[in-house]
Every structure is written in structure tokens, then in C-alpha cells.
Ligand binder design. Structure first.
Ligand SMILES: Cc1cc2nc3c(=O)[nH]c(=O)nc-3n(C[C@H](O)[C@H](O)[C@H](O)COP(=O)(O)O)c2cc1C
Length: 185
């Protein structure tokens, strides 16, 4: 069996390769990831974000957000996130569980420099995202450098499900030095 889904190593490699494509190619299905946190009242909260960086060696993924957004307060209380992708072109679901660090200020200067000027307005909306407003358009979108932050997700667990002809599922954990384990799908 030489197909990528035939071995644990193959599955691992394909998952990281696919999500890496999401960073490089804005049109790739891995570009958008469902990013879930634990809310202040202990409930799950999911939202779509853009995947900005991956590092397979360190098992790290990064996304960018506004430091005033609700998810930041949630992460400050529970520094955990679940990341989810469905990649239909290769029948692969990728689920990751991560510990999240919030990076801001001078630490993220180089990332900020790479944000296209037209996209910088994603960081600085007034009133802050999620606050009530009088009318649908009663907000402004200045670009505010101090509001930009990077969420560095240090992956702890990866669950891969391949839904080709014969379904396969495998789990990889940092605790076991990423040694894979087949699971019943
Ligand atoms: C296609 C798409 C891409 C998005 N990308 C991001 C992103 O990269 N970062 C981000 O903070 N929000 C992004 N959002 C907005 C979030 O889904 C969410 O509405 C916002 O971050 C507020 O979430 P929160 O109140 O849970 O913090 C995106 C939304 C869509 C629909």
C-alpha cells in the first residue's frame, strides 16, 4: 500500500502538507479553520478564522485576531482551542487540540508588517467586536496596530479521519512524541 492514507506516517504528512497549502494558497480549503474556545460560562464557542502559519516540526499553528475580540478573554481564562478542517478534495478531516498563547506588542512586529495595509482594518473595530450598537453600520474600522495579536496554538493532539473507500482514523499526541495510533473510525 503506497497511498498516503495507508500508513500513520502518510496520514500525518498529508495532514500537515494540506494545511500548509492553506497558508500559502488563499483559495485552498485549508485556508479557513473552525476555531473553538471555551466561553466564560464554560460553553463551546466556534468561529471561522484564517490560518496564517504552520510549523509541522514544532506542531504549531497560528492565526491572527483583534485583541479586543471576545475570544481573547475566553483564551485568557481557558488557554485552549480546538481547530477543525474538512478537506473534501482528499476526504480528510483534521481535528487538533491546542494550548494557546496570545502574542502582541513588539513580539509580533514582523507579522504586522506582513499584513497588507488594506487588511489592517481587521484589527481595531470601534466599538470592540461583539458589543451592541445602535444600528447595523454604527461602527468604524480604523487600523490599530496595538489591537493586532497572534494566537500561537501549540498542538497537543491530532485526530485524522480519512473518509475514502475504507474509512481510517488515527490519533497522534505530543505526550506520546507524536507516535500515531489507529482508531476505529
Ligand atoms: C471567512 C472568514 C474569515 C475570518 N477570519 C478571521 C480571522 O482570521 N481572525 C479573526 O479574528 N476573525 C476572523 N473572522 C471573523 C470571526 O469568524 C469572528 O466573527 C470574529 O473573530 C469574532 O469572534 P469572537 O467574538 O468569538 O472573538 C472570519 C470570518 C469569516 C467568515
Amino acid at each position: 500500500m503506497s497511498e498516503w492514507f495507508g500508513t500513520l506516517d502518510g496520514l500525518w504528512g498529508e495532514a500537515w502538507s494540506q494545511i500548509g497549502e492553506g497558508v500559502r494558497d488563499a483559495k485552498h480549503p485549508a485556508r479557513l479553520v473552525s476555531f473553538s474556545t471555551v466561553s466564560k460560562d464554560q460553553r463551546p464557542q466556534s468561529r471561522t478564522v484564517v490560518l496564517r502559519r504552520t510549523d509541522p516540526e514544532e506542531a504549531v499553528c497560528e492565526v491572527h485576531t483583534d485583541i479586543e475580540s471576545t475570544k481573547i478573554a475566553e483564551i485568557e481564562e481557558h488557554p485552549l482551542a480546538a481547530l477543525l478542517w474538512w478537506l473534501p478534495h482528499c476526504d480528510l478531516q483534521v481535528r487538533m487540540l491546542a494550548e494557546v498563547s496570545i502574542l502582541s506588542g513588539d513580539t509580533v512586529n514582523s507579522e504586522w508588517e506582513k499584513v497588507p495595509v488594506s487588511s489592517r482594518i481587521s484589527y481595531g473595530t470601534e466599538p470592540a467586536p461583539g458589543l451592541p450598537i445602535e444600528a447595523a453600520l454604527a461602527y468604524t474600522k480604523p487600523a490599530v496596530r496595538e489591537r493586532f495579536c497572534v494566537l500561537r496554538c501549540c498542538i497537543e493532539q491530532i485526530d485524522l479521519t480519512y473518509l475514502g473507500q475504507h474509512h481510517r482514523r488515527a490519533e497522534f499526541t505530543r505526550l506520546r512524541d507524536w507516535k500515531g495510533q489507529w482508531l476505529s473510525p
